[in-house]
Design a protein around this ligand. Structure first.
Ligand code: 5RP
Length: 222
């Protein structure tokens, strides 16, 4: 199976999981990226069976709207039953690295609100210790050099992601070669640097359910 076929399979598995649990008041949190895009396209088939969605990025909002799915501001909804999103890496504890698409801050906010965070990923994303994928950090532009120096102090190699401005008007620093054997600790250390908006470690709020696409079918891990 190709990677896209695995992504489609996990998107379908997420649809199969949420479909029987939706009602006309349900609002769904929707993630960002190519796997999330397959999910959005399949979600369109169900659009008359739930109220609408909260998007984790402008790109996702546009895609949802193009299918006629109502998109709500997070502040106008009382809660989210589900948040469905991809990941750049996951470990077996369902701690994640996200933000390859630079949407990590809004993704983390939507995940924080959702009762159930369903991660959909192909098995190339599963890893023993997080950090082979450079860890994205969203940074207030004027703090770029300061944050870079602090990341070096913590043992990482910061690389400014050229030409990228987040939906929040900030920049991204990707952290290479960081020891992430203790994900919650690293998540907190990075978030404590002044000028960091947030980082792409989803360890304090990890996924609740992982639908992992493998050549032998979709594995459900919780
Ligand atoms: C965007 C993300 C995505 O979930 C992550 O990059 C995975 O993307 P894809 O499904 O395209 O592999 O965190 O900020």
């Amino acid at each position: 199976m190709t990677q896209d076929e695995l992504k489609k399979a996990v998107a379908k598995a997420a649809i199969d999981y949420i479909a029987p649990r939706l009602d006309s008041d349900s609002v769904i949190g929707v993630g960002t990226g190519s796997t999330a895009n397959f999910f959005i396209d399949m979600l369109a088939e169900l659009k008359n069976e739930f109220d609408g969605a909260v998007a984790s990025s402008e790109a996702t909002a546009e895609r949802l709207k193009s299918h006629g799915i109502p998109v709500y501001d997070l502040n106008s909804v009382s809660g989210l039953e589900f948040y469905v999103d991809g990941a750049d890496e996951t470990n077996e504890r369902l701690e994640l690295i996200k933000g390859g698409g630079a949407a990590l801050t809004r993704e983390k906010i939507v995940a924080a609100v959702a009762k159930t965070f369903i991660c959909i990923a192909d098995d190339s994303k599963m890893i023993g210790i997080l950090g082979a994928f450079p860890l994205p950090v969203e940074v207030i532009p004027m703090a770029r050099s300061h944050v870079g120096r602090e990341i070096v102090r913590l043992g990482g190699d910061p690389v400014y992601r050229e030409g990228v401005v987040t939906d929040n008007g900030n920049i991204i620093i990707d952290v290479h070669n960081m020891d992430i054997s203790q994900p919650i600790r690293v998540e907190e250390q990075l978030n404590n640097i002044v000028g960091v908006v947030t980082n792409g470690l989803f360890a304090r709020r990890r996924a609740d359910l992982l639908l992992l696409g493998t050549k032998d079918g979709v594995k459900t891990i919780s």
